[in-house]
Design a protein around this ligand. Structure first.
Ligand code: ADP
Ligand code: MG
Length: 726
């Protein structure tokens, strides 16, 4: 047992020594020292880095205050500060790790201390056990020598060996505990090693990061330096350029200055002359009002003299004008007297389609090449010649016809009454001559146009009012074509003022001032005739259509008033009734027409023969035109004839009527002139030397009777014929 115990003890001792060598704390301490040294080194490096950084920052801030790369710098600084923050964090981590290592080292030292204590305890225990072992061995040896004693001793040993066994057990459990402790410590150590390894790894990473940051810093620094250099170069370049430019400009400015200097030198004399001029002008301006007054005075005198002269010239002109007026009047009267105041024109229309074909439509009218007043008619194999005032052949235009008429129209402005009749059988061209077509207007429109232009030409001295009326005489009934009641029969009455003038109450009068107005008036007249008649042409050929234009004038300078009337009459067809064998209303119409046409012939005959009684009242037409036919009036008879063979007998009648009318002489022409409101001596003179007012007899009466020889036999026969046809 002792042997085994010894062996066990030895084993334990060996175990302990092994453990001691194993636990011997020196490695961990070495490790810790190494870590501490590493830490120290890192800290120093960090410090150096910070120093560098600060330096760099300072360098960055100092030269590039206005640099365009400030932005980039700021970014870099931002990065740097981030890196610094990261480094700071790493450093904090490092410090933490240091702290942990320190704690672990402390704990390790504690554990070592406890281990030392337990080892010391064990050594003491062993010492004690070996002492007891030795004592026991001595006791055994002594007992061997003394067998009783040995027995006793064995007994005690046996007793004591139980105790020893217990002690051993205790020691073993203690040993077990220590082993566990050691295992735990080993575990802790292993963990710490792992931690150390991880912290080393982190450290390596941090170092790599730091290196990276450093490299980046280096790069940024390099870039910054490059940029600074580039900027510096740019700056130098710009400065150089600006300098050279400034030099050039300076040169130019110098040149300009030199130019300005020379200009100044040349300007000085100019300025001197200008100043001189200015002074002289100033003097002139000072003298100007006086000069002006003087000039004005003389100008005024001149003007008043001129006005005086103009006045006297005007007076002279007025006197001459009046004399001329009288002369014109005289000449006109003379002309009328020479021509006769009834003029007869013939107009031959062309052969038309309506005339048909064959011998009936053959031309029966020829003209004299040398005399435009002669016309030959081939009637029943015999040629009959007629002399009128003028004959218009078929090819004569409306314009040509009007040229012969216009003198009459204008005399209306001078205060004469004028009648223009279109006479002839139906279809001979009466309406064509009076009205014409839209494209080729006849006398009516042209006369009015002429009146307007004449009146405009005299507007400086005269005020004129032109009015128009349109009437129709059908079956001896007078009707207003422009009135609101075209069917109403109008009466012809004596003026209540005792002037002996006639007027038609209710006859519409339109004041017209332009051709447009006239067109409107014609239009409305036409419309009335159209709307009430089924066949316009037929109706118009059986009625007399009258257009009555009244021209009232006032001479502003003399106060003289004139009134002229222009009667434009499209007579009803002159064909004889018996020929058509009409009955009933048609017959009545024809009778009325014949009656009125023969009344016209009678009136003209009576006038011509200066009879005491002129039968104006025998027809509405002559009664209505009484004023315009008698005395001072002028009459134009346009006898229309057809050249066709079949119309020769009617043509013959018409031409005979024309010839008869032509030979009639009216009394001396007198002008219908009245005194203005305030007659002056001058006006009286005009009137006295003029034609009518004081001297003329009532119209159509009181003239000396013509000698009976003046009546031609032909006229008498026509008159008879007219009477019989009536
Ligand atoms: P009236 O009025 O005498 O019955 P119109 O004037 O109606 O006759 O004329 C009858 C026809 O003859 C119309 O077609 C008209 O155009 C034509 N006519 C009359 N005179 C002429 C002329 N000078 N030139 C051309 N055509 C004419
Ligand atoms: Mg007609």
């Amino acid at each position: 047992q002792v042997e085994t115990l010894k062996a066990k003890l030895l084993e334990q001792a060996q175990e302990i020594s092994r453990l001691r060598s194993e636990l011997g704390g020196t490695d961990a301490e070495k490790h810790r020292d190494l870590l501490a040294a590493e830490n120290e080194r890192l800290r120093q490096e960090m410090k150096a880095c910070e120093g560098e950084l600060r330096e760099l920052q300072r360098q960055q801030q100092a030269p590039c205050r206005d640099c365009p790369h400030l932005q980039e710098n700021a970014e870099l600084q931002e990065q740097l500060s981030q890196l610094q923050r990261e480094a700071e964090e790493t450093r904090a981590k490092l410090v933490e790790l240091d702290l942990e290592v320190q704690q672990k080292t402390n704990r390790l030292a504690e554990v070592e201390l406890r281990l030392k204590d337990s080892l010391a305890e064990r050594a003491e225990e062993e010492e004690r056990l070996s002492r007891r072992l030795r004592d026991s061995q001595e006791t055994i040896a002594s007992l061997k020598s003394q067998p009783q004693q040995i027995k006793y001793i064995i007994k005690t040993v046996e007793v004591e060996s139980a105790k020893a066994k217990q002690a051993l057990c205790e020691t073993q459990s203690r040993n077990q505990y220590l082993l566990e402790q050691v295992g735990m410590q080993k575990q802790v150590l292993k963990e710490m090693e792992q931690q150390l390894q991880s912290s080393q790894k982190t450290e390596a990473q941090l170092r790599a990061q730091i290196m990276m940051y450093e490299a980046e810093l280096e790069r940024a620094h390099g870039q910054m330096l490059e940029e600074m250099q580039a900027m510096e170069e740019e700056k130098n370049h710009a400065i150089e350029e600006a300098f050279s430019r400034a030099q050039v400009e300076m040169k130019a400015v110098h040149e300009n200055l030199a130019g300005v200097r020379t200009n100044l030198l040349t300007l000085q004399p100019a300025l001197r002359t200008l100043t001189h001029d200015y002074n002289s002008l100033k003097r002139q301006v000072r003298d100007f009002p006086l000069l002006l007054q003087e000039t004005l005075r003389s100008a005024r005198a001149e003007i008043s003299q001129a006005i005086e002269e103009v006045h006297s010239t005007n007076r002279e002109l007025l006197r001459k004008y009046r004399r001329e007026l009288q002369l014109r009047k005289k000449c006109h009267n003379e002309l009328v007297r020479l021509k006769g105041n009834i003029r007869v024109f013939g107009r031959v229309r062309p052969i038309t389609k309506e005339d048909g074909e064959g011998p009936e439509a053959a031309n029966a009218v020829t003209f004299d090449a040398d005399d435009d007043a002669v016309l030959h008619l081939l009637h029943k194999g015999k040629q009959v010649s007629f002399e009128l005032d003028k004959v218009f052949p078929p090819q004569a235009s409306q314009e040509e016809v009007f040229q012969e008429v216009q003198a009459l129209v204008t005399s209306c402005i001078d205060g004469y009454n004028v009648c223009i009749f279109a006479y002839g059988q139906t279809g001979a061209g009466k309406t064509y001559t009076m009205e014409g077509t839209a494209a080729n207007p006849g006398i009516n429109q042209r006369a009015l146009q002429l009146l307007f232009s004449e009146v405009r030409g005299k507007a400086a001295d005269w005020d004129y009012a032109i009015t128009v009326s349109a009437a129709e005489i059908y079956n001896e009934a007078l009707r207003d074509l422009l009135g609101k009641e075209p069917q109403e029969k109008l009466e012809i009455k004596l003026c209540p003022d005792g002037s002996g003038q006639l007027y038609v109450p209710g006859l519409t009068e339109f004041r017209v001032q332009s051709v447009e107005d006239i067109n409107k008036v014609f239009e409305s007249g036409h419309i009335k005739r159209v709307t009430e008649c089924t066949n316009l042409n037929e109706h118009s050929s059986r009625s007399h259509a009258l257009l009555i234009v009244t021209v009232r004038g006032l001479d502003r300078s003399t106060g003289l008033r004139t009134t002229g009337k222009l009667n434009l009459v499209d007579l009803a067809g002159s064909e004889r009734v018996g020929r058509s064998g009409a009955e009933g209303s048609r017959l009545r119409e024809a009778q009325h027409i014949n009656k009125s046409l023969s009344a016209l012939g009678d009136v003209i005959y009576a006038l011509r023969s200066r009879q005491g009684h002129v039968p104006f009242r025998n027809s509405k037409l002559t009664y209505l035109l009484q004023d315009s036919l008698s005395g001072d009036s002028k009459t134009l008879m346009m006898v229309q004839v057809s050249p066709a063979e079949k119309n020769t007998s009617e043509t013959l009648c018409s031409l005979k009527f024309a010839e008869r009318v032509r030979s009639v002489e009216l009394g001396p022409v007198s002008r219908k002139a009245e005194l203005g409101s305030w007659p002056s001596q001058e006006h009286l003179e005009v009137l006295k030397t003029g034609d009518s007012l004081g001297s003329s007899a009532p119209p159509g009466r009181g003239h000396a009777s013509p000698s009976p020889g003046q009546l031609s036999s032909r006229s008498a026969s026509i008159r008879r014929k007219l009477h019989t046809s009536g």
